[in-house]
Design a protein around this ligand. Structure first.
Ligand SMILES: [Zn+2]
Length: 76
């Protein structure tokens, strides 16, 4: 009976350890970041037609440009 009791104790300890590990991983794990959720719109450069994210594009007179060079090029 002593051996069975030891096995039962080990099983209980194993369960506690598994639950503790699960809880710890759940709370201290990397939280799903919302930084990647912001999807930027792609806009086409008015000079070369290259599609660039709206964040990186240059807007002037309701037209989009991929770089300063193309914006200046369009003005002249
Ligand atoms: Zn361009």
């Amino acid at each position: 009976m002593g051996f069975i009791g030891l096995l039962r104790l080990l099983a209980v300890l194993l369960c506690i350890w598994l639950i503790w590990r699960y809880v710890r991983r759940k709370t201290s794990g990397p939280t799903p970041s919302t930084t990647q959720q912001r999807s930027s719109t792609m806009v086409a450069c008015d000079v070369c037609g290259t599609h660039v994210p709206e964040d990186n594009a240059i807007k002037e007179n309701d037209r989009w440009f991929c770089c300063d060079e193309h914006r200046d090029q369009n003005q002249h």
